[in-house]
Design a protein around this ligand. Structure first.
Ligand code: SPV
Ligand code: MN
Length: 612
């Protein structure tokens, strides 16, 4: 370590940090160590280093770069992400863990000498806005300038924040090495490991580059935060935060949890609305009001299907000068291309498989698409023209409603308002979705995903849900809760809604928050009235919304719903859940059964609930 770097470390006056850096150096044996502060020069150094290291390459448009992850490193590695546990815990859900000593020995053996001949970067960040009670500090050590550069775009600088710790060890620590590289990508994928030590607030990650695995601050810090939130009585959630712009310049803040590729970012990007965050929110009760901050300050978003029609705000940022990292897309002549961009794709170029040409097959004979389904863009939120003016407010924004969205072709209606907070928690806890490209493995299987958080819940499920149930204690205003499903299909497997319809659901919910619309009570919750949707479709989308469409979308598929309840009963049978939750599940099933008996139909028209 040179003198300047050492001085930067010492200026923090924190022995824990010195120890951690020292231990990491002893273990990983880098040839050089550089400490990065919040200064412009230091941040520019990281950006340049990613180019010098060839982890990123410049593209035609100013500020744009491309990064490739290895062919087998294109999504979160769930199987090799494990908690280091010193005692057995009944999580209620399947959670990967490994005995602590054994796990530490294993990962240390992979980290041993992993930075030989490489440069170690030491970085400081703030999760959540700086100068805020929400802010958590994060120390990242990595040998990947791409990781460090991505974190510059996605998180707030925290070197100055760390000074405020006054020597305390109350921060998260992440040690990452991409491991041995071949052609610029992690070569020892069989030794890819991501081990989380909850008690120590530490994560070790090795032999990977895909950001969901390598960037400590994203899903790994999120797991640590869920655990911390649980102990301190707040919520860390897989949620966007957005400002919905209603009539008369009214802005109403919503949060929303959706499993990967279920429409989360596209909801947060709906034209006319403003975005505070698109992935992870911290929620705290302040003076009887739930307030939320985006723990990030940028977006690591799926690029597939981002085009000028469907997600114009992001598309614009992706074709304008500014700092953007593209990953795992197709590059031809310095220009990025990806699936679903609604433009002609060249028949050759460089992509995540190397030299690519149309109909290229992998070694299993599977055709390689031009861009990976989980290819991404990384950019700062302030590159977008829909960033909310309170996006960096240290006090966060007041939350008036919460959305839970699943992906389900045959059961749940497009939008429903919960009957109560506890019913809303139940709706969130019973979200189902199909698997997506953001995780490795099979796609298209219906999976249960409570609060879209199954992959990240780092406390027993029952305790996690209990934390939600009791969150309304001492609140002056209780937010409304909505469940959405943008993926409902008819019998011929056609989607019943267009991609833009979600704008109407959101504005309906916004109106509900302000008591502007009545709702129809059904056994599964409160649904919109046809006339209100008709008005909103005309106002927002200039579209004539027919009674037939309403009938198809909002009919209660009671038999399918009962099947879902059966699936849920099976799942929760062996999980220790709070009594209030079990009561909701029983009551929901009972209401559906009664309705079925009463109407004697498998699918019940929404109009039939009007005069009950
Ligand atoms: C998600 O999959 O939910 C993401 C991307 O936001 S990742 O960083 O891979 O988790
Ligand atoms: Mn996510």
């Amino acid at each position: 370590m040179d003198k300047a770097s050492l001085q930067k470390l010492e200026a923090l006056n924190n022995q824990y940090i010195l120890n951690l850096v020292d231990e990491s150096i002893q273990l990983c044996k880098p040839s050089k160590v550089t400490v990065i502060t919040d200064s412009k020069e230091d941040i520019a150094y990281v950006r340049e280093l990613a180019l010098i290291n060839c982890e990123e390459k410049k593209l035609k448009i100013e500020g744009h770069t491309i990064h490739f992850d290895g062919y087998y490193d294109q999504g979160r590695d769930k199987a090799n992400t494990k908690y280091l546990m010193s005692k057995d815990v009944d999580w209620g859900i399947k959670v990967n863990s490994i005995e602590k000593k054994k796990g530490l020995n294993e990962i240390n053996s992979y980290l041993e000498g992993s930075m030989a001949g490489k440069e170690m970067l030491v970085r400081f960040f703030s999760l959540g806005p700086t100068n805020s009670i929400f802010s958590l500090k994060a120390l990242q050590i990595t040998d990947s300038a791409y990781v460090a550069h991505s974190e510059d775009l996605l998180y707030r600088q925290g070197y100055e924040e760390f000074k405020k710790l006054n020597g305390s060890n109350d921060f998260f620590f992440f040690l990452h090495s991409a491991g041995r590289l071949e052609n610029g990508v992690s070569a020892d994928i069989d030794k890819r490991r991501i081990y989380i030590e909850l008690e120590e607030n530490r994560v070790y990650s090795v032999n990977n580059q895909y950001a969901g695995n390598s960037l400590g601050l994203k899903k790994l810090a999120f797991r640590l935060a869920i655990n911390k939130a649980q102990n301190e009585g707040w919520l860390a959630e897989h949620m966007f935060i957005m400002g919905i712009h209603g009539p008369n310049d009214r802005v109403t803040y919503f949060t929303g949890a959706y499993p990967s590729a279920c429409g989360k970012t596209s909801t947060a990007m709906i034209p006319g609305q403003t975005v505070v965050g698109d992935d992870i929110a911290y929620l705290k009760k302040i003076d009887g009001v739930i307030r939320a901050v985006n723990m990030e300050s940028g977006i690591f978003g799926i690029i597939h299907s981002v085009n000028s029609e469907d997600v114009p705000v992001i598309y614009k940022a992706l074709i304008s000068p500014g700092e953007v990292i593209f990953s795992n897309v197709l590059i031809n002549n310095g220009v990025p291309y990806w699936g679903g961009m609604k433009k002609d794709i060249p028949d050759k170029g460089i992509n995540f498989s190397g030299e690519w040409f149309e109909r290229k097959k992998d070694c299993q004979g599977k055709e390689i698409p031009c861009s990976h389904k989980n290819a991404r863009y990384t950019l700062r939120l302030n590159e977008l023209n829909n960033i909310d003016s309170k996006a960096n407010d240290p006090d966060g924004v007041p939350v008036k409603a919460i959305f839970y969205g699943g992906r389900d072709s045959d059961t749940t209606i497009p939008i429903v308002e919960s009957l109560t907070w506890a019913h809303g928690v139940f709706l969130g806890a019973t979200v189902e979705s199909e698997t997506t490209a953001a995780t490795l493995g099979v796609r298209g299987v219906r999976k249960y995903n409570p609060m879209a958080n199954l992959d990240f819940i780092s406390v027993p499920l029952g305790t996690y849900i209990e934390n939600h149930l009791k969150f309304t204690k001492n609140l002056k205003v209780i937010p409304k809760i909505y469940a959405t499903n943008y993926f409902l299909k008819d019998e011929a497997s056609n989607y019943l809604n267009s991609k833009l319809d979600k704008k109407v659901w959101l504005l309906w919910a916004e109106g509900r928050v302000h008591n502007e619309f009545e709702a129809i009570e059904t056994p599964v919750g409160l649904i919109p009235k046809y006339e209100d949707l008709k008005t909103l479709f005309i106002r927002e989308l200039d579209k004539d919304y027919t009674e037939t469409e309403y009938f198809q979308q909002f009919s209660l598929r009671v038999v399918k719903y009962l099947e879902k309840m059966e699936r849920m009963s099976k799942i929760f049978e062996n999980i220790k859940m709070p009594p209030a939750f079990t009561k909701e599940l029983r009551a929901q099933t009972e209401r559906l059964r009664e309705t079925r008996t009463k109407f004697k139909e498998n699918i019940i028209s929404p109009f039939k609930f009007l005069d009950i």
